[in-house]
Design a protein around this ligand. Structure first.
Ligand SMILES: C[S@@+](CC[C@H](N)C(=O)[O-])C[C@H]1O[C@@H](n2cnc3c(N)ncnc32)[C@H](O)[C@@H]1O
Length: 218
């Protein structure tokens, strides 16, 4: 497998980026715990990165298992959860095999997210739960200037599906590896079109949300 975009920033991601998020300022962990809820059996994280969510998944009773494209990110994940290096578009998992799948802050990294969602639907058991926690499509992206937290400026561009490295900050991820964008309705429709039934939502981050989370069932 070729090198992955995150290989080059894996140490920065683990040691600097995640270090600034320890008290869950964006509500990512709260959204995961609320939407996933208690359960047992395998919870597959697509794009698990350094495995930062494994402890919460385990605390809810699930057995965390992760896949990621980046060997550099997975190096940090070992010891936190069972991992495999794989593309979320082609999961090394049988049809209808797992009761839970989570996608944590990854959809903007996956230009093929529509295909990934169909793959999620394929591997989920009937009734299985899917939790998406991602960058909020309305208030984050190359079109949004968040340099003044009290007044996010949304410029033209929101309505266009696109990939960009444009960013108001050099302390984030988009300027380093790029990010995909789907407007809100398109993003939700991707989940529906994959054959999943949306049933719960959350937003996180203040005063203007940074995170949009949704739960769906197969
Ligand atoms: C922003 S990081 C999020 C990591 C982790 N979920 C977290 O919340 O810290 C995005 C991750 O998605 C992975 N990724 C991107 N495209 C992927 C794909 N097609 N299949 C598997 N992993 C992918 C990247 O390698 C990276 O580790």
């Amino acid at each position: 497998m070729a090198t992955a975009a995150y290989d080059e920033i894996a140490d920065w991601y683990e040691e600097r980026f995640l270090a600034g998020q320890t008290d869950d300022p964006l509500g990512v962990d709260r959204a995961l715990r609320d939407l996933l809820g208690p359960g047992d059996g395998v919870c597959l994280e697509i794009g698990c990165g350094t495995g930062v969510h494994a402890a919460s998944v385990r605390a809810l009773g699930w057995r965390p298992v992760g896949v990621d494209l980046s060997a550099g990110m997975l190096r940090h994940a070992r010891g936190r959860l069972a991992v495999a290096r794989a593309d979320a578009v082609r999961l090394p998992v049988r049809d209808a095999a797992v009761p839970a799948v989570i996608a944590m802050m990854v959809h903007t990294d996956m230009a093929a997210y529509p295909d990934v969602l169909r793959e999620v639907a394929r591997v989920l058991r009937p009734g299985g739960v899917f939790v998406h926690v991602g960058v909020h499509p309305c208030f984050c992206g190359g079109f949004a200037d968040r340099s003044e937290p009290e007044a996010v400026v949304v410029r033209p561009g929101y309505l266009d599906r696109h990939w960009t490295t444009d960013s108001w900050t050099d302390q984030g991820i988009r300027d380093k590896v790029g990010a995909a964008h789907w407007p809100l309705a398109e993003l939700l429709n991707l989940v529906v079109d994959a054959g999943l039934r949306l049933d719960r939502f959350r937003e996180g981050g203040e005063p203007v949300p940074v995170v949009l989370a949704a739960r769906a069932r197969r």
